[in-house]
Design a binder for this molecule. Structure first.
Ligand code: P70
Length: 461
């Protein structure tokens, strides 16, 4: 391994054996799962790339902090520890833990929906964010730059907002009908692509002009800060935490699934810049749904682990290793001619299945076909980010048309080695070489919302 990809900045102290299955077994297992990888048992998966959410390995410092967990119902020591860490990172005044990202969405997003016909605008809303916008009675509109969808076209910040489109949506809907602008950092749906500081600032400027609140969806904010340091002029010598703090300074609220860049297996945050009334409303709504605001669905042990994890994820050596490992896998696929989102993003390699399986139409889910083929080939579980995940329009019930037909190879944090990346690459190259044999799917069961999690399928003949 040369210096192009940095090695793991840790030693492995505890291991979890992983089972291997035969192809015949996998054929049976996948059929029994209704051809939906979400329904596989994780013990029947050799390398699990379904998500980087809550699947990371905690450090010895996190495990030892858990012993200090104060399990008081209200005002625990653990809460005040987390409170200090979060306020230090964000520079905000108010915060509360929640059980995970969707807990934050569920408590926060309805607060800004004050009348019928409102919208949230994001670079791209991720699945649960979109669902909670709709559950709050609003609609989700995306405004990401066009370059985002040109897979092989290098752009350092493919997660950036299309600022012209953003402003034209505001004008079309009327500023008083825009509940808020959600900056998803990094932009998960189209490849873990970062948003530049310049773009964040420009979004803030537009929001202030129209008196609209800006919200950071900060699930992968530390990875975003790392990309800014690598790619944006003027940030080369800044500390990651200072970049993160500057990002936060351009928003009114920071919602986080701490299962990603909080390096914990469960947890989330609502952090509010300086609007006390808004924070009080969140507290009121949190109590019946998430719990008392000083624990928010979390126990003291897990709050301790989060306080430590948040700081570890801002460590530059860790971030370099993390991003390098993902890039190593992407580079191997790219060298083999497999179409992927380029440059490679923070948490995953996104394979463009529109190009891998052009013979499968969107409503037969080409990326699901590739995911399932990869599982059959090597027991590797990936996830579809495409027509299936996008779901149906809540008003017309038509499938939402999308440019995205991706298979996401999502890399858990501090879990797999570079050798695992080779196994994934070799298997994917094999699937690619046999791509003409891939077949589409049709629904046996289609749930009305967030359908990708629980749908079942049959193979389309
Ligand atoms: C993922 C998971 C969760 C998420 C997110 C952003 C930018 C909020 C949340 C919600 C979801 C998922 C998708 C496919 C398979 C498994 C899991 N993203 N904002 O993997 O947070 O999950 O904590 O409620 O990415 O990308 P939470």
């Amino acid at each position: 391994m040369n210096n192009k990809y940095s090695a793991e900045p840790f030693r492995i102290k505890m291991v979890e054996p992983i089972k291997e299955t035969t192809r015949a077994e996998r054929e049976m297992l996948l059929k029994n799962a209704g051809y939906n990888p979400f329904s596989l048992k994780s013990e029947d998966v050799y390398i699990d790339l379904l998500t980087d959410s809550g699947t990371g390995a905690m450090s010895q410092e996190q495990w030892s902090a858990m012993i200090l967990g104060d399990e008081a119902y209200a005002g625990s020591k653990s809460f005040y520890k987390l409170d200090a860490v979060v306020k230090n990172i964000t520079g905000y005044k108010y915060m509360m833990p929640v059980h995970q990202g969707r807990g934050a969405e569920q408590v926060f997003l309805p607060q800004l929906v004050t009348k019928p016909g409102m919208v949230y605008i994001s670079n791209i809303h991720f699945d649960t964010t979109r669902a909670h916008v709709e559950l709050a009675g609003a609609r989700a509109i995306d405004s990401v730059i066009k370059e985002c969808f040109i897979m092989d076209h290098y752009h350092p910040f493919k997660g950036n907002f299309d600022l012209e489109k953003l402003e034209s949506i505001i004008l079309e809907k009327g500023a008083d009908h825009v509940a808020g602008i959600i900056m998803t950092l990094t932009n998960n749906s189209a490849g873990g692509q970062p948003v530049s500081m310049e773009n964040i600032k420009a979004v803030r400027k537009i929001a202030l002009k129209y008196n609209i609140k800006t919200i950071i969806d900060g699930a992968r904010y530390a990875e975003n800060a790392y990309f800014i340091k690598q790619r944006e002029k003027g940030y080369e010598n800044k500390a990651i935490i200072d970049i993160a703090r500057e990002m936060c300074s351009y928003a009114d609220a920071f919602l986080m699934s701490a299962k990603k860049d909080g390096l914990v297996n469960m947890g989330g945050l609502i952090v509010i810049n300086d609007d006390e009334a808004l924070f009080n409303k969140c507290k009121e709504r949190a109590i019946p749904y998430e719990g008392f605001p000083t624990y928010g669905g979390m126990n003291g042990r897990d709050i301790e682990a989060m306080a430590v994890g948040l700081m570890e994820a801002l460590d530059e050596r860790y971030l370099k290793y993390r991003i390098d490992q993902v890039r190593y896998l992407g580079d191997r696929l790219r060298e083999a001619g497999i179409p992927i989102q380029y440059p490679i993003g923070g948490h995953a390699v996104f394979v463009d299945c529109k190009q891998v399986a052009p013979h499968i139409p969107p409503h037969q889910f080409p990326a699901l076909a590739v995911c399932n083929a990869l599982y059959l080939e090597a027991g590797i579980r990936a996830v579809e980010i495409g027509s299936l995940l996008m779901g149906r329009d809540p008003d017309t019930h038509e499938n939402v048309p999308t440019e995205m037909e991706y298979m996401r190879l999502t890399i858990p944090r501090r879990v797999y080695t570079y050798r695992h990346m080779d196994v994934i690459a070799d298997a994917m190259i094999h699937v690619y070489e046999h791509r003409n044999e891939l077949k589409g799917y049709e629904f046996v069961y289609e749930p009305p919302m967030l359908r990708h999690f629980t749908a079942t399928f049959k193979i389309k003949d």
